[in-house]
Design a protein around this ligand. Sequence first.
Ligand SMILES: [Zn+2]
Length: 439
Amino acid sequence: MSHATGCANAPAITDPCSRCDVLLGLDAVQVEAVERDGRVMQVTVSTPWQLMGCPDCGVVAPSRGRRRRVLHDVPHGDTSVQIVWRQRRWRCPEAGCARGTFVEQVPALVPARGSLTCRAVTWALGQLRTQHATIAGLARQLGVGWWTLWRAVKPELQRLAGDPGRFTGVTCLGVDEHIWHHADTRQRGPKELTGMVDLTRDRDGRVRARLLDLVAGRSKKAYADWLVERGADFRAGVEVAALDPYGGYKSAIDDELAEATAVLDAFHVIKLGTQVVDEVRRRVQQDTTGHRGRKGDPLFGIQRLLRAGAENLTDRQLERLATAIEADQAHEEVYVAWRCAQDLRAAYRSKDTARGRDRAEKILESFHTCPIPEVARLGRTLRRWRQAFLAYFTTDRANNGGTEAINGIIELHRRLARGYHNFENYRLRMLLAAGGLTH
Ligand SMILES: [Zn+2]
């Protein structure tokens, strides 16, 4: 049979040009036929005749015909596509040569021992990265098993993850931990992972958070070791290091990123304030009524209101708050704690960061002297974190919010995949899903 150079002379064409054009984009790969059978489309391809020498000894090798190799390609709508490659075979005629028969290789079409076309692997990576796809779902669409697809995808992820170029240009670095499994730690290692996130702003000043890495454990050592591994240039480039109030990560920053400004995450500080109000309310509730809050208790009725920002409350809600506080003189403490939490919010919400910093300074000077023990404790915590707390106002509101967003993506993908058994696979998948492999 003569080799068609286009669709025109190929038999049984059902979908003339879209596929051929793309396939013919590969030099020297010609489409012989396109056939459709139900929901499977088969595209038969081959390469033209060429003089071939033995890869070992170089002697010109006579052809041994071709063999059919079925490759799985990018599906076309709900039609799965198979590339039938009539792969050339040769035999080395040299008596002393150990090579024997050998087959042609077209690396741009398919890797040496792969059954998925390069194009299908690229497509799968794109689906995993941007469409919340799962390996199981894509494998089904490609008509292959889970392992076949993962074996094809994993080396590409490893290659991308190993590229040091993805760490360049990081000026703002976030860190946070999450739990990745609830299984036996003797089998699967630590449940906690430390995640490093690139929070560098783009030219428009927007943060495009990217997961840079995941390492086992939640400790100073986990973060510090990773920072050391990145090298001196990386560490020197980090100007701002955002973190949640966890001392272990703070001392890693102090040791390894001495030149960077550590910034305590605003969201977490506000949350500490809200927790103080909750604690005071529960304590006063217990002291005044002798039981935990229940329906009908004035303080129980306002527990949600107390957690909201004052600026979001309606007049009616403020009135309800006032009524509940006035119901008992002991409730005054709850009100004071609530005001303190609101002061903290107001510092962060100041339109002008210089004014916000002034408010934050006042908090640092007053909270720790408060007669309400919960507020005083928060005051002492903030004083311990003084520099990192104030740094928010001098770093153009640097925060760890992007890191929280990345944790949301991680959680979504962990659930979609119904959990992971292998840390390295988990790391690679999360790096891909959370933008760490593309710069
Ligand atoms: Zn040979």
